[in-house]
Design a protein around this ligand. Structure first.
Ligand code: PGA
Length: 239
């Protein structure tokens, strides 16, 4: 696993956006796996800015998001607001699990099949939960899991409650599985702040442990972790 140490959120956002933008610019076709949450917001801001400045087209890009709340379009709205409305990506080339699907089970299989038909994910961006979750794969999820419906833990519900001040927070979500994520050809994990320090420490110093979902990445051969000072706090202390 490669670690890129940055000082703060601003630098992390800029460097993450540069990594993505370079791929968007140079690839003939690219399947980008995208994440939501607080962490990648700055990255999307820079990516939108670069795309405008350089008049970069996204007609050759397909995006596949990690997750969505059940009965909700929260992350559809998020992606529209933070990225899709700023670039020229065709609507039908952006994919997010449908949390409002009549059959959630069928939606999960459809999502897996769709990723397969796209030829898999070239680069998957990940955040990391305080409890080490990736996507919404909570502690205890099998490392083989495919796209599935999850019951969110109290820790995750609490961390994300801020997005639901005006509406009821769903307690379930659809998430790409860890097995699905691990098939991505390349992974870029972003970690900001001391709250993530323990999870980041487990990534670099720990071993495979289904109670800390992110440790599944230890065996992947092409993972880059971008971490700011806060997120590296427990690493720096011990090295
Ligand atoms: P955050 O969430 O970016 O809002 O901290 C990250 C995650 O839970 O994966």
């Amino acid at each position: 696993m490669k670690l890129i140490s940055v000082s703060d959120e601003e630098e992390l956002s800029r460097i993450a956006a540069e990594i993505l933008f370079t791929k968007v610019k140079s690839a003939k076709r690219l399947v980008l796996g995208l994440a939501t949450g607080k962490t990648p917001q700055g990255m999307y801001r820079y990516l939108s800015k670069y795309s405008k400045e350089y008049k970069q087209s996204y007609t050759h890009i397909h995006t596949v998001n990690l997750d969505e709340y059940v009965g909700s379009t929260t992350y559809h709205t998020y992606m529209e607001e933070h990225l899709f409305q700023h670039i020229d990506i065709p609507n039908d080339q952006t994919h997010i699990p449908d949390g409002e699907a009549a059959s959630l089970i069928e939606e999960c299989s459809r999502y897996e099949q769709m990723i397969k038909e796209l030829g898999g994910i070239d680069l998957q961006v990940l955040g990391i939960g305080e409890n080490g979750h990736i996507g919404f794969n909570e502690p205890g999820t099998s490392f083989d899991a495919r796209t599935h419906v999850v019951q969110l833990t109290d820790s995750t519900l609490k961390a994300n409650a801020k997005y639901f001040v005006d509406s009821k927070q769903p307690k379930q979500a659809i998430t790409m599985g860890i097995g699905t994520i691990l098939e991505s050809r390349e992974i870029l994990l972003l970690a900001i702040g001391e709250r993530k320090a323990n999870a980041v420490k487990e990534l670099f110093k720990g071993s495979l442990n289904e109670e800390i979902p992110a440790t599944a990445l230890i065996n992947h051969t092409n993972v880059t972790v971008l971490a700011d000072k806060g997120a590296r706090k427990l690493l720096d202390k011990e090295s």
